[in-house]
Design a protein around this ligand. Sequence first.
Ligand SMILES: [Zn+2]
Ligand SMILES: [Zn+2]
Ligand SMILES: [Zn+2]
Ligand SMILES: [Zn+2]
Ligand SMILES: [Zn+2]
Ligand SMILES: [Zn+2]
Ligand SMILES: [Zn+2]
Length: 296
Amino acid sequence: MSVLKTALGSLGTTRKQPGMISQLQSSFDRYKCTWDECQQRLPGDKELRDHLSAHSVDALAHWACGSICTWQGCKFKAKFKTTHQFNTHLENIHAKPLLCTRSRCTYKRPFKNEYELERHNSSKHSAERPWECPYDYCPSETRAFARKDKWLKHIREVQHENDAFCLYHHCYFSTIRAGKGFEDRKEISTHFNLWHSGRAVDGYGCALGSCGNTGKRDRWHLLGLQQHLQIQHKIVLGLDSLQTGLKGTDHIFRSQQVPFDLYNKWIDCEICASQTLQTPLGNTTSTSAQFGMAPI
Ligand SMILES: [Zn+2]
Ligand SMILES: [Zn+2]
Ligand SMILES: [Zn+2]
Ligand SMILES: [Zn+2]
Ligand SMILES: [Zn+2]
Ligand SMILES: [Zn+2]
Ligand SMILES: [Zn+2]
C-alpha cells in the first residue's frame, strides 16, 4: 500500500477522485518494470527510467554478438549482429520504450525505431489524409495519404488487383477496347496523376445520359471531365466555365449543366450506352468485381 500511495502521490491532486480508480490503476501499472522476474513498481517516470537502464546494463553484459535479446521476457526473437543494433533495441523497446503518445491510441507496444513510430502515426493518426487509394482491394495497411506525392508513390509501388487497366469506368472500357493496358507501374501513376484526383473533394464525374445509369464515377480532374464531355458527348466547354458551372455542386455533370445552345445537340456516351445495353439490370456491382475476369 505504501508503494501505491507514493505512486498516487506522484499523479497530482486532480486525479484523486473516487471515480477514477481504473485510471489510477493503469497509471500505477505504467511504472512497472518490464523485466520478467522483477516487475517492480516504481513511483514515477524518472525512477522507472533509471531502474530500466540498470537492467539494460545487465542485459548488455549478458549479450554476445549474434545472439538474441537478453532482456528477460523479451518477445523479440531476431538475432542482433552488432552492439549498436542491440543497443538500439534495448533503448527503444526496453529502457526508453518508444511508444505512441496519442491519448486514445490502442496500440500499447513500443516501436523498433522512429521510422516505425512515424509510420504508425501517419497510418493511424493523421487526421488530414484526404488522398485515398482508389482500389477496392488494397493489400497495404496505409490506404490514405496526407500528400499527393505519397498517394502517387503508393499507386506506383503497390501492386493492386487488375491494375494493368485504369479502374475508372470510362478509362477502363476505352482501354479494354483499344486492347492495351499500362506498360509498367510508372505509367499507372502517371495516368492517375494526369487524369484522376485522389481526393473526393476535387474529383469530377459525368452523369449525363447513359453515363448516369452506370452509377460509376471517374474522379477525374477537371481536364478529364472536359475531355470526356468533348469526346463522348460532343459538348465543348472551357475549363473555366466548366468549373464555374459545377461550383457548389457534387462535381457531377448532369443535363442541367449543358449550355443552352447545346441542349439538343449533345450525344450519348458510347461507352456507357453499350454497357447499359449489355447489362440492363443490376449493374450496381463494383467495377472491381467486373474485373474478376481477366480482360481479353
Ligand atoms: Zn526491474
Ligand atoms: Zn528485447
Ligand atoms: Zn498510436
Ligand atoms: Zn492501395
Ligand atoms: Zn483512368
Ligand atoms: Zn458522360
Ligand atoms: Zn459514359
